[in-house]
Design a binder for this molecule. Sequence first.
Ligand code: AVJ
Length: 320
Amino acid sequence: MSAEPLEIHLEEQDLDRGLREDVRVGLAATPKWLPPKWFYDARGSELFEEITRLPEYYPTRAERAVLAAHADEIAALTGAKTLIELGSGSSEKTRLLLDAFTRHGDLGSFVPLDVSVSALRGSTAEIAAAYPGLRVRGIVGDFTRHLDRLPTGGRRLVLFLGGTIGNLLPVERAEFLTAMRAALEAGDWLLVGTDLVKDPAVLVPAYDDAAGVTAEFNRNVLRVINRELGADFDPAAFRHVAVWDPEHEWIEMRLRAERPVRVRVLNLDVRFAAGEDLRTEVSAKFRPEGIGRELAAAGFARQAFWTDPDGLFGVSLARA
Ligand code: AVJ
């Protein structure tokens, strides 16, 4: 397969600076935290793909069911010329839309954006091979920072799938949606996937699977910090924890120190008491009207909201 052009906006040194900054701030804070984007090195991206196939992890299958049922409608309604995907990962579900656009419209280009170079290399090569005639241009970037670098002109449809919007905190989410609206022209479209509030007995196992894949994915962030910043985290000293926060309606993933832990990272001497948590991810769950309100507050008009037959996952189609 030929290598598709990757536009590198997030230079390696830029990425490195971001990680340093997040580690400095997050590990000095009380409680300690790290943003979830640092999970996704090559190994982390692979582990995430494995998560999407776990019996407990329903969001990927549920969202795929929504896209399979409504892809033709989305292609017809939007008439997009350019399809942009934020946090694209493997772009596996995106093929349902690309197939629909092949049947209907005259989509000219596909522009996936992701922080993971490895995921992007794989997805751009595979999609370019599968859809001859489609221009494919991957952008290595951070969707909270690089929305001004998206292609302009022609009717655009931006995909933000997988419930990744739930990994932003409420304030960050509002900022993101406002910046997204500012980056679009009136008449462009946004398709956003949101996992829905449901019984914690279903939610929690999705983030704490029996095979322990999510636990490995969670601990992977420590390996990333060890490798990139020369830290000396012992991943085995941390236990994976997934908790449902009923007040905020989000799942938190944490790494809990099983004994007192001391870590040297950058010029910091970081200490964990036995039982102390490091928060590594928030995954917010939504109510149908809530995400509609958030879209409206940012200047989007929701034109459609679909769920899978079991009502697990919601997809909103909104117009700028
Ligand atoms: C990146 C939003 C799809 O929050 O469900 C999966 C990441 N974390 N298992 C999510 C994740 C733990 C995931 N998304």
